[in-house]
Design a binder for this molecule. Structure first.
Ligand code: ADP
Ligand code: ASP
Ligand code: MG
Length: 440
């Protein structure tokens, strides 16, 4: 069986939902993971923020506007009177719940309950639509099987067992629809897989059922060789290895949630990226095969903090690095890039929640300098560090100020740390020269 995930834009309008229906209605049994309709999760996050900021009237205005949009969508999509009224009752129940939340005190749990509503809305509406169209579909509630542990990792044994129970108890259907993104945490409270997490839901389910393939359907024809939001003339890449895709996703290629390929890599379950608006386009196939040579793609990750930790004779003071890393471990803050010299170590983090505490502890063992507003530019390609044209990178970057460089950590990745204000210029320059749109 295949698992197909459709993102926010794919279910974001009546027209696109009709495209999704045509794509999935091919006579094969499948699991369909849906995101919230585009814009909804952002609105829910904003509503939770209004509650935190004690401006409930702002939250109520947003809730009412969103409610009206959903009622209009249902009227356009579901013309069957019974289904239309059933759907409106369910959706209005969710909006009543949201309104009730505005009287409550803000908490992390309340935030999670609020942001979870987007996927509950989209799946219910889409399932009603399929029923209206005479398609044999059922809803599998994600909160009955999707769970993360105390390290926020999927609890795969729990998921396998409970998915099977839910699946076996559901009427025999062609299409099984479930919510992306939402899950339970280790205490059984509602949680989520972080923004963009529906991709991750799809591969977690794919791994749990040993799916034949996972497909991520979105609004672009696959993984491009550079970020199309900032760079002109990007091109889709037909094939990527799991390792290449994992690096690109982790270092900012928004088309995939950072963890997407991790659950399926061990079982070599292929992941195909497809465009809902252009289903005939090949897209990208992510598999264990490696292909091509040299730098294949570039991605950028923002909100990076660089920390320089200086101590006299660092390298000869054994145990120094251990002490440094222990501080990051205590505050559960992972390090992305690292470079060293005789007297200093520079590293980067993307989660600055505990930065002040980290600096305070590091101050006891060294001198610390912090630089905010940096971006990691990540260049990816099988064996790219050994490729004969990679030298060009250094020529191209002569006039870009590089704060750190990581070369050889793996043979498939070169990372550069730059000031975020130079990001677009650097991405475009790399694109033009590395992909030979312009020669040096
Ligand atoms: P969905 O809502 O379907 O999950 P996303 O917005 O999360 O869609 O991801 C698709 C978007 O990712 C594209 O519209 C594109 O702007 C952005 N993107 C960023 N980097 C890349 C890349 N390297 N290749 C393709 N798309 C990318
Ligand atoms: N709806 C969630 C978000 O906007 C999850 C997703 O779209 O993948 O982040
Ligand atoms: Mg996404």
């Amino acid at each position: 069986m295949k698992v197909l995930k459709f993102g926010g834009t794919s279910v974001g309008s009546v027209e696109n939902m009709s495209h999704v229906k045509d794509i999935i209605n091919d006579g094969h049994k499948k699991i369909v993971v849906l995101s919230a309709m585009s814009g909804t999760t952002n609105q829910l996050v904003a509503i939770a923020r209004d509650i935190l900021n004690k401006t409930p009237n702002d939250a109520i205005t947003k809730i009412d506007t969103l409610h009206e949009t959903y009622m209009n969508t249902i009227d356009r999509l579901i013309i069957n009177t019974l289904l239309n009224s059933d759907c409106k009752t369910y959706v209005s129940g969710i909006f009543s719940f949201l309104s009730a939340c505005t009287y409550k005190a803000s908490s992390a749990l309340l935030d999670n309950q609020i942001v979870a509503q987007g996927e509950l809305l989209s799946t219910y509406i889409f399932n009603s639509y399929l029923e209206q169209e005479g398609i044999n579909a059922s809803l599998l509630p994600a909160l009955d099987f999707m769970k993360i542990d105390s390290f926020k990792e999927p609890d795969i044994e729990y998921i396998k067992k409970n998915f099977k129970t839910v699946f076996d108890n559901t009427k025999d259907s062609q299409i099984y629809i479930t919510q992306g993104f939402i899950c339970l945490d280790e205490t059984g409270e509602i949680s989520n897989l972080q923004r963009g997490g529906s991709d991750y839901t799809a591969t977690i389910i794919g791994a749990a059922i040993k799916a034949e393939e996972v497909q991520i359907w979105t609004d672009i024809d696959g993984m491009h060789n550079n970020d199309p939001r900032y760079v002109e003339n990007t091109k889709p890449i037909s094939n990527l290895s799991f390792d290449e895709a994992a690096e690109l996703a982790y270092f900012g290629a928004k088309i995939l949630h950072p963890q997407t390929v991790i659950p399926v890599r061990a079982d070599s379950i292929p992941v195909r990226l497809k465009n809902t608006m252009e289903p005939e386009a090949y897209g990208t196939l992510i598999s264990e095969k490696t292909s091509g040579s040299g730098i294949k793609a570039i991605a950028a990750k923002d909100n990076i903090t660089a920390i320089k930790i200086k101590s006299a004779r660092m390298l000869q003071a054994h145990g120094f690095l251990k002490k440094v890393f222990e501080v990051f471990e205590v505050y559960k803050t992972s390090i992305d890039m690292i470079t060293t010299s005789e007297v200093a170590v520079s590293l980067t983090i993307d989660d600055d929640k505990n930065l002040n505490k980290i600096i305070k502890e590091l101050d006891n063992i060294a001198t610390v300098e912090v630089d905010n507003n940096h971006s990691i530019i990540c260049l990816v390609g099988h064996e790219c560090v050994n490729h004969q044209s990679t030298y060009k990178l250094f020529q191209i970057l002569q006039d870009v100020k590089i704060r750190m460089i990581s070369y050889g950590g793996s043979n498939n990745n070169i990372s550069l740390l730059i000031d975020t204000k130079d990001k677009i210029k650097t991405l475009q320059k790399l694109n033009n020269y590395l992909f030979e749109l312009v020669t040096l």
